[in-house]
Design a protein around this ligand. Structure first.
Ligand code: ZN
Length: 65
């Protein structure tokens, strides 16, 4: 997780990726990540991914808090 090489494309839209994330997590966030184990996300889709995971955390907080 974290930094990735330059020139890698987003698994969702094909733009330049900024982050690599486990494909499972990406799928759990509702984004299609292809069949690779590792998914690459561009700025936009990483934002979307973060938004989705944040939502889950908020739900957890609500549930346990
Ligand atoms: Zn993208």
């Amino acid at each position: 997780m974290g930094r990735i090489e330059k020139g890698i494309k987003c698994s969702v839209c094909g733009k330049e990726a900024i982050r690599s994330i486990s494909a499972e997590k990406v799928k759990a966030a509702g984004l299609s990540a292809g069949n690779e184990k590792r998914a690459y996300l561009c700025k936009e889709h990483y934002k979307e991914y973060k938004k989705k995971t944040k939502k889950d955390k908020t739900l957890d907080k609500w549930r346990y808090g």
